[in-house]
Design a protein around this ligand. Sequence first.
Ligand SMILES: *Cc1c(COP(=O)(O)O)cnc(C)c1O
Length: 291
Amino acid sequence: MLQYNETPVITLEMDIFKISKLTILVKREDQNHRLVSGNKWWKLKYNLEEAKRLGHDTLLTFGGAFSNHIYATAAAANELGFKSIGIIRGEKILPLNSTLSFAQRCGMQLHFISRAGYRNKTTSEFMEQLHTRFGNFYLIPEGGTNALAVRGCAEYAKEKIAPLKCNYVCLPVGTGGTIAGLISGLTSATQIIGFPVLKNGSFLEGEIKSHLSYSPFRNWHLQTDYHFGGYAKTTPALLDFIHEMKKSNLPLDPVYTGKMIYGIFDLAQKGFFPSGSTVLAIHTGGLQAIR
Ligand SMILES: *Cc1c(COP(=O)(O)O)cnc(C)c1O
């Protein structure tokens, strides 16, 4: 079992929120573990238990060169005594960046494949090649999203978010695994707002629904206008915003949490949240990429 630290909830005290009588809270889930931080902790939890239960000694997963998931998986494997293999998209560039050199220091064996090859990573031929080369392993998909990841995030929602009794819960969305867990774990008393970090994020609705065994409530939606040009793209306005927030003691990353918090400020300014609402933003982590 990975170590877990209880995480604080902080209040954002900006004037715009006082004027519109909003309480904006941030659940600092990024602080739940020194290395395996944020939503990745919850996505990995049941996968790690399953790998152990099945008697595996090696985890294999996929990601880009700056992937929070690669970083978290390498750290978790190291803490729990698994070997780990990371299949990395693109050419090997030396020196390794800080994400990959961290993964390597955790003992992760890095294996670089072309972007074209990477696109075929879920085919059975490719899986066979991986097994021929690396033997037996427990496979965790790209981004860590599978049914066990959704289960971990549902547990998170029930245990740590539901008791806070907020009107809105906001989070950034990549693959949709984390928000699917929150939807499963919360009741219709809470509205859940996902902020896709990719362009044309409405396709994620289908992805999210595919991770839900059933969804009794339609208490969630996506705000698709806060992608800032697409995955890992930024704008000067976003970077300025992140810089300002850092001065107010809220460190954000430009790929995920920065876009969500920007979106919450913008929605608040536009009068989206009814006066008197409590809005909770989940800080899903990702700060390794900016360190
Ligand atoms: C991976 C990640 C996400 C996206 O989670 P999904 O389950 O893929 O939607 C959000 N925020 C941070 C910081 C992440 O690292």
